[in-house]
Design a protein around this ligand. Structure first.
Ligand SMILES: [Fe+2]
Length: 223
């Protein structure tokens, strides 16, 4: 689920980040801003983070970057199970007894501040849990989606409805979306106003119809 990249930050930068992160009011703080499409186009550092420890750390990951956030997971807390359409790069700033957990394979990965940028395949159902005594702090960078040419496609829209719609979307739909992107069967993904839209290879539509919760509003528009 998670593999090392060849990219590293320095101990000096990590030590500075440990001192700086507590200035953030929120558990998730975006360090950069979009230049075009949220999921497909590179993001650039926000003005207020130019020439800070955060811009220096992001430079240690020399790839085109999507949204980059400082994410704090308080001690004694965890996230609900989910998958994501986009894979992520992770750098651990601070953690003790803290883990990423692949719930599909029932495997745990300890998150330690080892200076290494990791790449995480987020198509598995996963969570993170902090059993330690301090905040777990990470920088998490969205890997940009690639646009694909699909010869025969339909445009799909999904509006999650019913009980716990977000949970059902994240656990049933997102794993499939992530894999469809990787198999070049899905493009033009958008999320706005509680509605998800994308173009899907015709040959994959019936698989999609089989998994969609009956409470969701699901529309297929042939082009
Ligand atoms: Fe995730």
């Amino acid at each position: 689920m998670i593999v090392k990249t060849k990219f590293n930050a320095s101990r000096k930068l990590l030590d500075r980040a440990v001192k700086e992160y507590s200035k953030f009011d929120n558990l998730k703080t975006s360090l950069n801003k979009p230049t075009g499409d949220f999921f497909y186009d590179p993001w650039v550092i926000k003005d207020e983070f130019q020439n800070t420890v955060w811009s220096s750390i992001l430079k240690s990951l020399p790839v085109e970057q999507g949204e980059a956030r400082v994410i704090i997971l308080k001690n004694g807390t965890n996230y609900q199970s989910h998958a994501d359409i986009d894979d992520r790069y992770h750098l651990n700033i601070q953690a003790t007894q803290s883990y990423l957990i692949d719930l599909d394979r029932e495997e745990m990965f300890k998150t330690v501040p080892d200076l290494i940028w990791y790449e995480m395949d987020t198509s598995s159902i996963h969570t993170a849990a902090n059993f330690g005594e301090i905040d777990r702090v990470q920088i998490v960078v969205r890997k940009l989606l690639k646009r694909h040419y699909i010869k025969n496609f339909v445009s799909i829209s999904i509006i999650p409805e019913g009980v716990l719609p977000r949970y059902h979307f994240d656990n049933i739909i997102s794993p499939f979306l992530n894999k469809l992107v990787k198999s070049k069967s899905l493009t033009n993904f958008r999320y706005a106003n509680n509605k998800v839209t994308f173009d899907l290879d015709n040959s994959r539509v019936s698989e999609f119809k089989n998994i969609i919760p009956k409470e969701f509003i699901f529309t297929v528009n042939s082009i």
